[in-house]
Design a protein around this ligand. Structure first.
Ligand SMILES: [Zn+2]
Length: 329
């Protein structure tokens, strides 16, 4: 055993080298890990090599113990390409971590990983309840790919054949659902400006389809619906979608990885929120959250949930509106 932390252990994962395992039951929404990088990487190999050379001996030991599938490259660069997690969704920069980089892949993951730029840490949150002893698994692929596409991607980039639940036993029904989600998803942007109602219907159809395959991946669709409603001035529905967006966002990424400056919350007055702008909604709710709960980040999923209910009530009061509840619009 290499490391023991609050709720996980890094140990041998049969057939996969090392992996991360839950040492106790973990609830959906809980923060499993918030970790600073061992080292950052960029597309510039020389710059990346320089950063690796400058690491402390202890960090170097952790770094060079990581898996490398790129034997054609210098080890330092191969490890970065194998283990680097991007600093945000579209970032070309990445970072390698002592523990987060040990999390193995599943096409049916139980955690979500996200980079938060203000604390400069990678956050790992449970997106499902995880039983003690289970492996903690994240997804290395892009969402909504069918089995064959996932297998090709994983083989090309990580050189392994996925044996997860979804890949081990092919499911034509699952692949068909994913295909339909992808089709509807592609139709939302062109439709949004001319046929907003139809776009919202696509979102609803996607949410229903997602429910049939585990319910993950809803956040971006709540955001699409929110944007469409806000764009057309339907602030009542925009607010309801924003509520769902916030709840889903917090479950996936937590409140502890705060990207917005809540210390400046005097600027987040309700007057500024006549147009429901998501960063402001989030910042305002977080500011209230921090005031009410004494500014301590929580890693307990159920506590976060009750906090959401509470901050939403405050939000509704601040705007002089009825509370929205957590139901779907
Ligand atoms: Zn798989």
């Amino acid at each position: 055993m290499l490391a023991v932390q609050q709720c996980y252990v890094i140990k041998e994962a049969p057939g996969k080298g090392l992996g991360m395992f839950a040492t106790r039951d973990i609830r959906r929404g809980e923060c499993i890990l918030a970790e600073s990088p061992l080292v950052y990487g960029t597309p510039d190999f020389i710059e990346t090599q320089r950063a690796i050379d400058a690491m402390s001996p202890a960090d170097k030991e952790s770094y060079f113990a990581l898996h490398n599938v790129h034997s054609d490259l210098p080890a330092a660069i191969g490890i970065m390409k194998t283990n680097g997690l991007p600093l945000g969704v579209d970032s070309v920069e990445c970072a390698v971590y002592k523990h987060a980089s040990r999390i193995n892949h599943s096409c049916d993951p139980n955690v979500h990983h996200a980079w938060h730029s203000r604390p400069r840490k990678e956050y790992i949150h449970a997106i499902k309840d995880i039983a003690a002893g289970s492996e903690i698994l994240t997804s290395y692929t892009v969402e909504f790919k069918v089995r064959e596409e996932r297998m090709t991607f994983l083989q090309q980039h990580f050189m392994f054949e996925c044996q997860c639940r979804l890949c081990a036993t092919p499911s034509p029904e699952y692949d068909e659902t994913v295909r339909r989600i992808k089709i509807y998803s592609d139709r939302i942007p062109p439709c949004a400006s001319l046929q907003p109602r139809r776009s919202i219907q696509y979102v609803r159809d996607i949410l229903a389809l997602l429910d049939t395959i585990g319910g993950n991946g809803k956040t971006r669709f709540y955001y699409d619906a929110y944007q469409i409603c806000a764009m057309y001035g339907d602030y009542n529905f925009a607010q309801k979608w924003a509520d769902l967006l916030l709840e889903s966002y917090i479950m996936d990424e937590g409140l502890d990885g705060d990207e917005y400056d809540v210390t400046c919350d005097t600027e987040m007055t309700p007057a500024r929120m006549n147009v429901p702008d998501v960063p402001h909604v989030k910042s305002f709710l977080r500011a209230i959250y921090r005031r009410q709960f004494n500014a301590q980040p929580s890693s307990i999923g159920c506590f976060i949930y009750s906090a959401i209910v509470s901050i939403k009530k405050s939000f509704a009061l601040a705007l002089g509106r009825e509370g929205g509840g957590l139901r779907a619009p």
